[in-house]
Design a protein around this ligand. Sequence first.
Ligand code: HEC
Ligand code: HEC
Length: 86
Amino acid sequence: MKKRDIFLLLGALALIIILWMAPEETTQPVPKDDIHLKFYDIVKNDGKKAAEKFCEDCHNDDNIPFSEDHPSKFRCLFCHKVKFDD
Ligand code: HEC
Ligand code: HEC
């Protein structure tokens, strides 16, 4: 393998890692408070899709509106992680 190929490979690898890490580091996880803790149980027992159904009961334009620059609201838990490990 040529030196150039190795650098190219490392560059691609770095990019993948950065893309992989970025959303999780910048997007707030689902809070671990009295309101949200029950969703941790739902995710554990029935999966993310079951838990997500409830988010928009509160997170909607009438109750807790999203910020203007909030991205697509499809599938909350793809972006807002439930963090079991801390
Ligand atoms: C019973 C109402 C209610 C439901 C249901 C609810 N939330 Fe919330 N959520 C709140 C309130 C109130 C806040 C602001 C206070 C707080 O941080 O707890 C909040 C805050 C948040 C935040 C912001 C945290 C931060 O650091 O700014 C996120 C992310 C969030 N909720 C995600 C979710 C997701 C995902 C679901 C569905 C699994 C969900 N919420 C369901 C009431 C609710
Ligand atoms: C595509 C990824 C993505 C999805 C899907 C998503 N969010 Fe977010 N959410 C974000 C990001 C990124 C922010 C931070 C935006 C900012 O700083 O303005 C955020 C911020 C929030 C906040 C803090 C207040 C605000 O509006 O900035 C709440 C609450 C929240 N999201 C709830 C939800 C709920 C509930 C759902 C599902 C209905 C959801 N999000 C789906 C990426 C996502």
